[in-house]
Design a protein around this ligand. Structure first.
Ligand SMILES: NC(=O)C1=CN([C@@H]2O[C@H](COP(=O)(O)OP(=O)(O)OC[C@H]3O[C@@H](n4cnc5c(N)ncnc54)[C@H](O)[C@@H]3O)[C@@H](O)[C@H]2O)C=CC1
Ligand SMILES: O=C(CO)COP(=O)(O)O
Length: 332
């Protein structure tokens, strides 16, 4: 098992929840916030009042804004929004020891480059060992110690196993694997599909329509993953099916809530309520990548067009409902 300390960069909701989970697993944790004032308040209040109020920080967590703390990391978790991951990784170059595992916890695709998160880390931190953590897990549940299961993938199987063992606990169960691409595709695409499910519910189309959306969304996710060289069984696991079930079924998901607001007619500029809805940024990159690989993703395309303001919710739903009916096995 890897020795301490675990360093977490990004003190939002997920970084805070993961800090508590790692501390529960017996690790000493340094949580690095970008904003010194936020770090100081968290360290003093022993709570993340801004992003995850109501959950006390474990005593084994130290909060700081000093990136120098990352130099001692034996394992580093990168927990910033997907579109900020490159900047955050760049800030760590020249600090990390070669071979340091960097566990990417963001769920998205970089929209300016259409790059997956592991590729961004590969470009910015070429001496690090990239790993990806994903799966059905609301920060609010994890920080309270409710039972959760996620998956951690790294191309080096032994590193995946060791990282998972370092961070796992009876209530935060980390499975491990080597299919980095599959795990990151599941996390990125489910956010886009959760927006679609939110739209369905916000429009009042009903639970049956939502179930159809989950099943057809899963089918397009599988087509995409296969074309990108991921293993289908990865997407049938926690990152993929597991996370679709969670985020397409709960208004606690920020992506779902964003879609639901759009479905209720809230303007695009207000629909997120100031919260992070990763799928809104990832949708266009996902669809562009699918296009380059000749993969049809009609639901994701509809979401991308809606969030780009190119089509109304009503027109997008009408287009989906009027697609030709084909044999189901031809389109899975
Ligand atoms: N909240 C949740 O339940 C879960 C979130 N995630 C993923 O984790 C990622 C982060 O999400 P949350 O923590 O929930 O978002 P959040 O909005 O709660 O917090 C984001 C944090 O990142 C910081 N940040 C932004 N840009 C930065 C930069 N360049 N350098 C350093 N820090 C920076 C912000 O100051 C903030 O502390 C997202 O990709 C999300 O999909 C994954 C699983 C669960
Ligand atoms: O990824 C998550 C749960 O697995 C969190 O979902 P949201 O980002 O939609 O809130």
């Amino acid at each position: 098992m890897m020795t301490d300390p675990v360093v977490i960069v990004g003190a939002g909701a997920w970084g805070t929840a993961l800090a508590n989970a790692a501390a529960q697993a017996g690790r000493f944790v340094t949580l690095v916030a970008r904003d010194p004032e936020h770090a100081g308040t968290m360290q003093a209040a022993r709570e993340n009042l801004r992003f995850l109020p109501g959950a006390p920080l474990h005593a084994a967590i130290t909060v700081t804004a000093d990136l120098g703390a990352t130099t001692a990391a034996r394992a580093l978790l990168l927990v910033v929004p997907a579109q900020a991951l490159r900047e955050a990784a760049r800030g760590l170059a020249h600090r990390l020891a070669p071979g340091t595992p960097v566990v990417i916890c963001a769920k998205g695709i970089e929209r300016t480059s259409s790059r997956f998160m592991s590729d961004v880390v590969g470009e910015e931190l070429p001496a690090a060992v990239p790993a990806v953590l994903s799966g059905p897990s609301f920060a609010e549940d994890v920080v309270r110690g409710l039972p959760t299961a996620v998956v951690l993938a790294c191309a080096q199987e032994e590193t995946a196993r060791s990282l998972a063992a370092t961070l796992t606990s009876p209530t935060f169960r980390i499975y491990h694997g080597t299919d980095v691409r599959g795990v990151e595709i599941g996390g990125a695409a489910k956010n886009v599909l959760a927006i679609a499910c939110g739209i369905v519910m916000g429009c009042g189309l009903g639970e049956s329509a939502r179930a159809a959306m989950v099943a057809r969304g899963f089918a397009e996710l599988m087509r995409f993953a296969r074309a990108l060289g991921a293993r289908p069984e990865t997407l049938m696991g926690l990152s993929g099916l597991g996370d679709l079930v969670l985020t397409c079924g709960s208004a606690k998901s920020r992506n779902f809530a964003f879609g639901e607001a759009l479905g209720r007619g809230v303007p695009l500029s207000e629909a997120s309520g100031g919260k992070l809805a990763e799928g809104a940024f990832t949708a266009a990159a996902l669809v562009a990548m699918a296009g380059r690989h000749g993969v049809e993703m009609p639901i994701s395309e509809a979401v991308a067009a809606i969030v780009a303001g190119e089509v109304s919710v009503e027109a997008a739903i009408g287009a989906l409902l009027n697609r030709p009916i084909r044999a189901e096995h031809e389109i899975i």
